[in-house]
Design a protein around this ligand. Structure first.
Ligand code: PPS
Length: 572
């Protein structure tokens, strides 16, 4: 299959500039749907032809075909459901045949959609067929069940304007812009490299080899839309890509950013990526080991085999019209001082093979350990160290929970002072009582209000953590589900250290420092935690402290020791 590109423009869904101005005014009158971040990514690629041959969000018939056998109703290959998920209430307010305005998160109308279909999908079936298992450990399955709306709307889209990007504007190209660029440079063969990670030396070697093998030019085509939760953010990654770009020959290599929302669907995702790159004018596509792999399932096993994506791609490459350049795992052979595909090394017993996994890299970054030059470029490591300083310089949150009067505030205060004595990072105390005087002054103690209170505290703590500070929280936080929510929010940015102040309710009532227990017993305070309102005892806190017969200073010291053992503070 000797590939060479047909670089004629591909169809977009945009109307002309004049029509767009008119349509924008008319669309202001329509019922609006506020797009989610993922839908904005999907819409951009629908409108600019990146998702060609799709003409809009999938109809029910197309969706069923895609889910069941990777084909649209007319038989064309399409592996990924591109659906407009909405709430039941919104779906109920729409008539079939009606036009709706699609707005970005600031309210700008990006396009309109004529709703031809509305249905409630079988999400478990979608998870099984598209992602291989109905298991929430898969990020896209988790999204499907816990973030996506219950109802899907489908229909053709009319594009008004591209989503606005303020970052790296010059590095973003539509399929037709890339096609025009390749035409201008006379690039007849282009091999695309998809990535959601920083480029290290192994990637560079792999891309060099791919370009050599395909005798093609190279397009580094990283995803900057949405990738796997926990990935290095795209700002850092693009700075890393820019740092290595001058290590490639400028005459044969280019880089462009793709605003794709990945699903981490392994084999199906590889086929989808291939179609997208074909639309961007590429003739070849690199598929490595475990392409778009989502990690482990809830049983601790890989969702897909390491070369499943290559197998599925191979079976469809003729139809996609793009040729796969497949790669096995690249490793460093110390004696020869070069990277080689693992399966091509014949003298394995006589050479030293070096490899640093993603997990090991993250460990070295978080502990500030050396990252050798054979593994990465100093410029890339420097960028990564800027965003991921060692743990002892990162922000974190200590979250005390326990009954009123258990000693949370006292221990939290002592901890704050000890941390301030150590210096290095700003410390903020979000004590239950203090928060209720300002941040949550209008709230009471119903379940709803308590949840709101804890979520506010969690939000502020996550911002502090993100910006490298230490947040100490000391609310009662009686509900496990809300504490889990806060933990998840904070763990995106740094450590969350839950400390259960395990003073018994009897002891708290005996102490009754504020006289509230007496009032609660007399029924003068309603919904009092431990008396007339529940408290979920933390099952797996990072630390549990007893306060009976233990000095406050000692309790605070136990927390310090815990922080030290987690690498969050050190003696320096
Ligand atoms: S919660 O559940 O986490 O929102 O509660 P929190 O904001 O930490 O509560 C702060 C203090 O409010 C006093 N208080 C009550 N506590 C529990 N239940 C009821 N009904 C109630 N009414 C007032 C109580 O003194 C809490 O104080 P401390 O001692 O700081 O935990």
């Amino acid at each position: 299959m000797p590939m060479s590109s047909n670089l004629a423009p591909i169809p977009e869904l945009y109307v002309s500039y004049d029509s767009a101005q008119k349509l924008k005014v008319e669309a202001a009158e329509l019922t609006s749907h506020d797009l989610t971040p993922r839908q904005i990514c999907d819409l951009e690629l629908l409108m600019n032809g990146g998702f060609n041959p799709l003409k809009g969000f999938l109809s029910e018939e197309d969706y069923n075909g895609v889910v069941e056998n990777m084909r649209l109703a007319d038989g064309q290959l399409w592996p990924m459901p591109i659906t407009l998920d909405v709430s039941e209430d919104f779906a109920a307010s729409i008539e079939i045949g009606q036009d709706i305005a699609l707005r970005d998160q600031e309210g700008v109308i990006l396009g309109t959609m004529t709703v031809t279909d509305r249905w409630e999908p079988n999400k478990s079936r979608e998870a099984e067929m598209v992602f291989g298992a109905d298991d929430d450990a898969h990020p896209a399955v988790n999204y499907l069940h816990n973030t996506a709306g219950k109802i899907y709307l489908g229909g053709p889209v009319t594009g008004i304007q591209q989503p606005v990007h303020y970052d790296f504007r010059a590095r973003r190209d539509t399929p037709n812009e890339l096609r025009a660029y390749f035409r201008k440079l006379g690039w007849r063969k282009v091999v695309a490299f998809q990535t959601r990670n920083p480029l290290h030396r192994a990637h560079q070697e792999l891309t060099f080899r791919a370009a050599r093998e395909a005798q093609a030019n190279l397009l580094i085509h990283p995803v900057v839309g949405m990738t796997k939760p926990g990935d290095v953010d795209h700002f850092t990654r693009v700075r890393c890509y820019e740092a290595v770009l001058d290590k490639y020959p400028a005459a044969t290599t280019s880089m462009s950013l793709l605003n794709l929302a990945m699903r981490m669907a392994g084999p199906r995702e590889a086929v989808w990526h291939g179609i997208i790159r074909k639309n961007h004018g590429c003739t070849h596509f690199i598929v490595g080991r475990d392409h778009a792999g989502p990690g482990k399932n809830s049983a601790g096993e890989d969702f897909y085999g390491p070369y499943d994506a290559q197998d599925l791609f191979r079976a469809h490459q003729e139809e996609i019209g793009i040729e796969m350049v497949d790669f096995k795992h690249m490793v460093y052979v110390q004696e020869r001082a070069q990277y080689e595909p693992n399966d091509e090394i014949e003298d394995k017993d006589n050479v030293t093979i070096l490899n640093i996994s993603g997990t090991e890299l993250r460990r070295r970054l978080s502990e500030g350990l050396e990252i050798p030059e054979w593994f990465s470029f100093p410029e890339v490591v420097a960028e990564l160290r800027k965003t991921k300083p060692p743990r002892a310089q990162q922000g974190f949150t200590v979250f005390f929970t326990g009954f009123s009067g258990s000693g949370k505030s006292t221990i939290a205060n002592a901890l704050m002072v000890k941390l301030m004595e150590m210096g290095g990072r700003p410390v903020t105390l979000l004590d239950g009582d203090i928060v209720r005087k300002n941040l949550s002054s209008e709230l009471g103690f119903s379940k709803e209000h308590r949840d709101l209170n804890i979520k506010r505290i969690g939000y502020v703590a996550s911002e502090i953590t993100k910006n490298g500070g230490i947040a100490i929280c000391a609310p009662i936080a009686p509900y496990a589900a809300t504490r889990r929510h806060v933990r998840e929010e904070i763990e995106q940015f740094g450590a969350f250290v839950e400390v259960h102040v395990a003073t018994s309710i009897e002891e708290c009532e005996r102490r009754d420092r504020k006289g509230l227990y007496k009032l609660a017993r007399e029924g003068k305070i309603k919904e009092f935690t431990g008396i007339s309102d529940p408290y979920d005892v933390p099952q797996n806190p990072e630390l549990s402290v007893e306060t009976e017969n233990v000095e406050v200073d000692n309790c605070a010291h136990q927390v310090l020791l815990k922080l030290e053992s987690m690498g969050l503070i050190n003696g320096n």
